[in-house]
Design a protein around this ligand. Structure first.
Ligand code: PHE
Length: 359
């Protein structure tokens, strides 16, 4: 113990006398892998058992002392004049002199966050990826064929009015896609069957901006084409999606969210349906979100119309398929109980930073 004490004191004196030593040379001599601090630490094994605790403390103090001295030299060499009060200061203003307060927390780094639409989009993608769906993308500026004609909406078809379209003035054949069904057409044209894809992306419609509508929004559409695909497959796929998206953890007894299908009309599917889920806010009792019905609509779906398959070069006698499409904004509003769609595009940091830890 005595030898140890003596050695430590000697080294401390040596360090104090060093003056403007080169910080790097100091680090190698004292703190490096073969440095003196390590050597003194090695003396621990010669210390008698009853003294080990005291010796340990001593050595630790010595190490901290040496590290502080190194920090001091380092800051002197990068800032030769020192700071205004003559003492070099570290981040947060704490002194890096002989007694730095190592318990002071570091300056906080503000965390960024993902946009809620991206969070929900990624969640939807990961749910369908687990069912074997691949992600497909396509252009936002589309031609009439991919957005309408191939989807069984020939020119002058009244159903084109269902989606108010932005046309591009330079070319009457070009438009901003009104749905990502256009990506499905592109994939069908490639002819690599079976097809099992989801198409996330931004879409545009000429609608007046309000709490419930916007001139652009985001969709995820899905398409599965193979031999013998049935409406039962569609129902099971969407049922799985809803439980994963909105259901409680698997351990919970009342995990299930109810779904129902209502007959509907889309030119590109036959039969067509819209799917509702039991209201997440009131659990089906009736509230303002579900307009007292207990149900909220979340997507459109159906069996791909044979004309669509034929238009894309797929043999409709051999293959069948299902398709569905949902708005990401709508799913996000239900998931996080957001009441106004405009919040998604206003970039108000007070709104956006609430999603920092959301997964
Ligand atoms: N494309 C439809 C829309 O944007 C949604 C949909 C997709 C409906 C696939 C049925 C089948 O409204």
């Amino acid at each position: 113990m005595e030898k140890l004490l003596e050695q430590i004191e000697a080294y401390k004196a040596e360090m104090a006398a060093l003056g403007e030593a080169d910080a790097e040379a100091f680090r190698i001599k004292y703190l490096g892998t073969k440095g003196l601090v390590k050597t003194v630490m090695g003396e621990m094994k010669h210390v008698a058992v009853e003294n080990k605790k005291e010796a340990g403390q001593l050595l630790n103090e010595f190490k901290l002392f040496t590290e502080a001295r190194y920090e001091e030299l380092k800051s002197k060499s990068t800032n030769p004049q020192g700071s205004a009060n003559g003492k070099p200061t570290g981040p947060g203003g704490q002194s890096t002199g002989n007694n730095p307060d190592l318990s002071l927390p570091a300056d906080p780094l503000p965390l960024g966050s993902r946009h809620p639409i991206s969070i929900v989009k990624n969640k939807i993608i990961s749910i369908f990826q687990r069912l074997g769906f691949a992600v497909a993308e396509g252009p936002e500026i589309e031609d009439d064929f991919h957005n309408f004609t191939a989807l069984n909406l020939p020119e002058n078809h009244p159903a084109r009015d269902m989606q108010d379209t932005f046309y591009i003035s330079q070319n009457p054949d070009w438009l901003l896609r009104t749905h990502t069904s256009s990506v499905q057409v592109r994939e069908m044209q490639k002819g690599n069957l079976p097809i099992r894809i989801i198409c996330p992306g931004r879409v545009y419609r000429n609608e007046t901006i309000s709490a419930r509508a916007h001139c652009f929004f985001h969709q995820v559409e899905g398409l599965y084409i193979a031999e013998n695909v049935s409406f039962a497959d569609l129902k099971q796929t969407l049922y799985f999606f809803v439980q994963e998206m909105f259901g409680k953890p698997a351990s919970s007894a009342d995990r299930e969210v109810k779904v129902r299908f209502r007959p509907s009309y889309f030119p590109f599917t036959e039969p067509s349906a819209e799917m509702d889920i039991s209201c997440l806010i009131c659990g089906g009792e009736g509230c303002s979100v579900c307009k007292k019905t207990g149900w909220v609509e979340i997507l459109g779906c159906g069996m791909v119309h044979p004309n669509v398959l034929d238009n894309c070069g797929i043999d409709s006698n051999k293959y069948t398929g299902f398709a569905f499409g949902m708005g990401i904004e709508r799913i996000t509003m239900l998931k996080y109980q957001i009441k106004d769609l405009r919040l998604f595009s206003e970039n108000d940091a007070r709104f956006l930073k609430q999603f920092t830890s959301a997964v």
